[in-house]
Ligand binder design. Structure first.
Ligand code: AOS
Ligand code: ZN
Ligand code: ZN
Length: 389
C-alpha cells in the first residue's frame, strides 16, 4: 500500500524538528577501538557545520545539542552566531560527570562533599553556558552506581542525589528546564542511581515544574514496552525529551528505526495520541554514534527514519481504531493499526519534499553535493574531535 498524505498530515510533518547531537559528528567507537575517519570535525565549529548539512538537505534538524566539556569554546556568543549563520541554532546542553577521576565513585551522589560540590558546580557552569547559547534544556545523564551488593548505601545516594539536583534546579532560569535521563545499567552493573523512568520521575517531580524526564530509547531492558512509558510520562506531563537511537543488545546507539522500525512507529503513535507531536514541551533528539558508517549521511538517514515513521503513525485511522477498540474487535483494531504501519510513505514524502524546494532524495543529494570530499581534503591535520575531545 502507498500513501496519500492529507494537508493535516503534511502540516504536522512540516513542523517536525529533531535535534542532532554534536557528538554524532565526532569520532567514537567501542571500548575496543575508536576508528578515525577522514574529514571528521576538529572542533565544535566544524561539528555544527556538519550538522547544518543535515538540516539543509532535510529541513528536519534545526538545532544542535552541545556536550560540555567536549564542546567548550572561548566564546559561546561567537559559536551561537556561527550556528545561526549556517541556519541552525544551539540546543540542549549535556553535562558530563563521567570522564574525571574524581567521579570514580559518584558525582551528584558522592559521599565526599568536595567532589559532590565540584559536580554541582559543573552543572552551574553548564547553565551559564545555556544563558549564552540561548539553550532551554540542561540534560543530565549520570554514570553513577555500584558494582557489588553492599558496596554502597543505596538510600543515602538517592538522598544526596535529590539534594544535588535541588541545588542545580535553584539556578535553572525561568525559561529553562532540567531534564534527567535514566539508564538501566552501564557503566555500573549492580545498581545505577537513576535506572528507570520511575526513579527519574520521583527525582524531578520533587524539584518542580521545570524538571522533566528524558527517555533514551536504548536505555531499557530487552522486551520493555517503551511506548507504554511514553504514554505514562505524557499522561503525567513529565516527558521532557527523547534521546532516539536503536539497540540490539545494550546501549548500542545505532541509527534510530534501524533495528526495529515497528517499535519506533509504536512510540510515535503514543506521542501523537498523547499530544506530544510538535508540542514544545517534548524535545526530540538523537543520541547516536556512527562508528562504521559516514556520520553526516548517518544522521540524514536517522531524521528521515523518524519522519517516515511519524508519517505512518499519522496515517492511523483513529476514529475507526477507537470504534474497533470499544467493540472489543481485537483483530479489527490490530488490522487498522498494522495497515498504517505497512503503508509505504516514501514516494509521497519525496514528492512533498520537492514541492518545498528540498531534494526528493536527501541521501543522494548530499552524496552528490561534494561536501564529504571537500571536508576530507580540507580537514587534514589537527586533532579530530571525538568522545572526550
Ligand atoms: C549515555 O548512555 C547517555 O545516553 C547520554 O545521553 C550521554 O550523555 C550521551 O551518550 C553523550 O554522552
Ligand atoms: Zn542518551
Ligand atoms: Zn546511552
Amino acid at each position: 500500500m502507498t500513501a496519500t498524505l492529507t494537508p493535516d498530515i503534511l502540516s504536522a510533518l512540516e513542523a517536525q524538528a529533531i535535534e542532532l547531537p554534536s557528538w554524532a559528528f565526532g569520532n567514537s567507537g567501542t571500548r575496543f577501538k575508536v576508528f578515525g575517519t577522514p574529514g571528521t570535525p576538529r572542533d565544535p565549529y566544524e561539528k555544527i557545520a556538519d550538522a547544518a548539512q543535515v538540516h539543509e538537505h532535510t529541513a528536519l534538524a534545526p538545532t544542535v545539542a552541545l556536550h560540555i566539556p567536549w564542546d567548550k569554546v572561548a566564546s559561546y556568543d561567537d559559536l551561537r552566531a556561527h550556528a545561526e549563520g549556517l541556519g541552525v541554532a544551539l540546543g540542549t546542553v549535556n553535562s558530563n560527570t563521567f570522564q574525571d577521576d574524581d567521579y570514580k565513585f559518584g558525582a551528584l551522589t558522592h559521599e565526599d562533599d568536595r567532589i559532590r560540590r565540584k559536580a554541582i558546580d559543573h552543572h552551574l557552569e553548564c547553565i551559564d553556558i545555556m544563558d549564552a547559547t540561548g539553550s532551554r534544556d540542561l540534560k543530565i545523564w549520570l554514570a553513577e552506581g555500584s558494582n557489588y551488593p553492599g558496596q554502597n548505601d543505596l538510600r543515602a545516594r538517592q538522598d544526596r542525589l535529590q539534594d544535588s539536583l535541588q541545588q542545580i534546579y535553584a539556578r535553572i532560569g525561568e525559561n529553562q528546564r532540567l531534564v534527567l535521563e535514566y539508564k538501566f545499567f552501564e557503566p555500573a552493573f549492580y545498581h545505577t542511581d537513576v535506572p528507570d523512568w520511575g526513579t527519574s520521575y520521583v527525582q524531578v517531580a520533587a524539584l518542580g515544574e521545570r524538571a522533566m524526564v528524558c527517555l533514551d530509547t536504548g536505555h531499557h531492558a530487552p522486551g520493555t514496552n517503551i511506548e507504554f512509558i511514553v504514554m505514562q510520562l505524557l499522561r503525567l506531563g513529565k516527558l521532557g525529551s527523547f534521546d532516539f537511537n536503536s539497540r540490539f543488545y545494550a546501549d548500542d546507539d545505532l541509527i534510530v528505526g534501524a533495528a526495529d522500525p515497528f517499535q519506533l512507529f509504536r512510540i510515535l503513535d503514543q506521542v501523537i495520541r498523547g499530544g506530544g507531536l510538535n508540542n514544545p514541551d517534548v524535545a526530540f533528539m538523537l543520541d547516536q554514534c556512527h562508528n562504521l558508517e559516514a556520520k553526516i549521511p548517518g544522521q540524514i538517514r536517522s531524521v528521515l527514519n523518524v519522519q517516515e515513521m511519524t508519517a505512518r503513525a499519522l496515517l492511523i485511522d483513529r476514529e475507526a481504531l477507537a470504534a474497533a477498540q470499544s467493540a472489543n474487535d481485537v483483530l479489527g483494531a490490530n488490522a487498522i493499526y498494522m495497515d498504517a504501519f505497512q503503508t509505504d510513505v516514501r514516494p509521497a514524502l519525496a514528492e512533498w519534499r520537492e514541492s518545498r524546494g528540498l531534494p526528493a532524495d536527501p541521501m543522494a543529494a548530499f552524496a552528490a553535493s561534494g561536501y564529504l570530499e571537500r571536508i576530507e581534503a580540507d580537514r587534514v591535520g589537527g586533532v579530530q574531535a571525538g568522545w572526550g575531545a
